[in-house]
Design a protein around this ligand. Sequence first.
Ligand code: NAP
Ligand code: GDD
Length: 409
Amino acid sequence: MVNGESTFLKLVVSHRNAFKAHAFRATRGILMVIKRALITGITGQDGPYLAQLLLNKGYRVFGTYRRVSTPNFWRLQQLGIVNRVTLIPADLGDMASLLEAVTISNPDEIYNLAAQSFVGNSFDQPLLTTDIDASGATRFLEIIRHLNKKIKFYQASTSELFGASIENPQHEKTDMLPNSPYAAAKLHSFHMVRIYRESYGMFACNGILFNHESPLRGLEFVTRKISNSVARIKLGLQSELRLGNIYAYRDWGFAPDYVYAMWRMMQQPKADDFVIATGESHSVAEFVEEAFSHVGLDWKKYVVTDQRLHRPLDVHQLCGSPKKATAAFGWKPKVTFKQLVKIMVDADFDRWQQYIAGKSFPWDAPNYSHEMDILSRNVVRDAQKEAAKKPKKTVTQKILQVLNGNARV
Ligand code: NAP
Ligand code: GDD
């Protein structure tokens, strides 16, 4: 039992009473027709787009955020909605805070988007990833089961579940063969959602979303790393782009199209699981080529591949079939691959141009560390290999050299 889970049952009794009183108040008067949604991970890429969609539909939107020493609301600021959502501090590892968040927000719908979502990092932090991405969803399912089974639950499941599957395109019935600690944790959540749905009749659904990107994407993900670097290279702020496996294929769509699918899933008469994808797959190299050619540059002059950016195990190809979602609620992607690349490169180019002109605005890139300064397992492993080749230096000395910051590439 971690972080207050042992006191869960005691807490639930007191919260259930508070919740009933709150719910009673909330069902009187005008609040009766205003839907309430709780979004976890509101500071990430998808959270703000979903919040914007729900606000436009007249929802009262609550969002959870983690207490951190430096506030991280730049995406909500960019969309101009930071003052239109109600923020609640909560961590997916902390059951008590999740219970508080549900009690305070009294939601009709919970969208569980929070996660340690970076696949590469899940190899460095497998236990944390498991706690947050596997048990996080179960914590919510338990809260709903004890508090109010009418609350609808959306789980951010992922195409990474298909991992090593060779079926193409992948759909709801394709074998799930996770290839990372991240995917294994998400597979646990995927099944828990199904199990709670079937055992307790709860409205709990999985959105099996393929990669979706936007100008609000985190800089550690490959598409945004590319768009940001292309903009900087074009403006003379950077000379090269260092990448790992450029022969991986992904089915990339546009995040606002995908959050719309999340909402549609939650409005279905019956809870179910749906694949959301474009049905087209492109390699990282194709994304790179398209991004550089959009600004009139030849990618081969700037791109360097670096073994240290390869994952211990990667997913070779993802390509999804959204047929079930199209048949159930008419969902189709609106933005094409080429349009997506253009939207992302143009957005980063505009940001850096404004930055050069001395303008300051909410945005992540200027504060982002150089990737090679982050001592992930791969960088240390590489230092160990180097040290082994040079007998004059011991492995320990070489690692110390890396830790002292002399190992930049
Ligand atoms: P993201 O940009 O990485 O955002 C993740 C969010 O989760 C952030 O708000 C983060 O907060 C929060 N978070 C992380 N650890 C947490 C914890 N312990 N407690 C509470 N909050 C925590 O991810 P995204 O692209 O928006 O994706 C949303 C969800 O969809 C994720 O679950 C992801 O795994 C899943 N998914 C994404 C894609 C995709 O292509 N984008 C595809 C399939 C599935 P901080 O801002 O404080 O870090
Ligand atoms: N991040 C990153 N950085 N990836 C690189 C790089 C690099 O420098 N070079 C090559 N790649 C390759 C990765 O090895 C991977 O095969 C592919 O580019 C995409 O990597 P990411 O953009 O990090 O995304 P992801 O596919 O691993 O995961 C994203 O999509 C999943 C859905 O399929 C995340 O959003 C997950 O949270 C999500 O579940």
